[in-house]
Design a protein around this ligand. Structure first.
Ligand code: URA
Length: 242
């Protein structure tokens, strides 16, 4: 379920603010009934009309981008920093894309972009079990036992993280750092950084190398491509696995 103004905006006819005006002006109906309350939620299967005209469905897009560092994972930024949407070619503006989950400003790697609400909800909801794999450059050399702690789940701000997988990739004894992999099935705010911080390790660099079946292989930083119908099907299937 999604707020009505969001559904209208995602159809591409207007902004969310304009959609709110349309709702309060009594110009929007859901399944034939006028709705004037802004908190109203509808599903993408409901028939929404504006001035009696059924909302057109915008062509759905599903992209994977190799997000560079120092780019914001949102549609706009109050400080006018580059965003994952602003670095797309202009002709993509009309699709009203948004990122599927977020990567931090200083995290790079695999980021999905879409305008398909159902696809988005399947992949970012708390019930989504899609694996997200990260390569983590840590300050210091972590031990196998400490990695086992991460795997079992650590407490970050009162929340115990779900069991996950890790692997040790390499150690740089000269610079006192190491590279480890971590595979999560959830995505709390700053999760990887906070998980390692909870056992005393600072993350120096973070790269997401996989989201479910999708990697950024073949994409330079800032480049993107359409997902294939088969990739989308597999991703949606993975999101349902428990
Ligand atoms: N975990 C983090 O700490 N940052 C990210 O960008 C992604 C996962």
């Amino acid at each position: 379920m999604e707020r009505l103004q969001k559904i209208i905006a995602r159809s591409g006819i207007c902004s969310r603010r304009k959609a709110e005006e349309l709702i309060t002006a009594g110009r929007v109906a859901v399944n034939g009934k006028i709705v004037t309350t802004l908190g109203y939620k509808a599903s993408y299967n409901d028939i929404v009309t504006v001035d009696g005209k059924v909302l057109g469905v915008m062509e759905h897009k599903h992209l994977v981008m190799n997000k560079p560092r120092y780019v914001i994972s949102s549609s706009s930024d109050q400080f006018r920093r580059p965003t994952v949407i602003s670095i797309l070619p202009k002709e993509f503006r009309k699709y009203r894309l948004y990122p599927v989950g977020r990567l931090d400003y200083d995290t790079k790697g695999v980021l999905l972009l879409t305008n398909d609400g159902q696809f988005f909800n399947a992949l970012v909801g708390p019930d989504s079990n899609v694996e997200k794999e990260y390569l983590v450059r840590l300050k210091g050399i972590i031990s196998e036992e400490e990695l086992k702690k991460i795997e079992a789940g650590v407490v970050i701000d009162g929340y115990k993280t779900k069991p996950c997988k890790t692997y040790f990739s390499s150690a740089d004894y000269y610079n006192k750092s190491c590279l480890v992999g971590v595979i999560l099935t959830e995505g709390k705010y700053h999760q990887v950084k906070r998980m390692f911080a909870s056992i005393g390790y600072e993350v120096k660099h973070l790269t997401r190398i996989r989201f479910g079946n999708i990697t950024a292989v073949g994409l330079k930083e800032g480049e993107f491509r359409n997902l294939t119908p088969h990739e989308i099907k597999v991703l949606l299937k993975l999101s349902k696995k428990t």
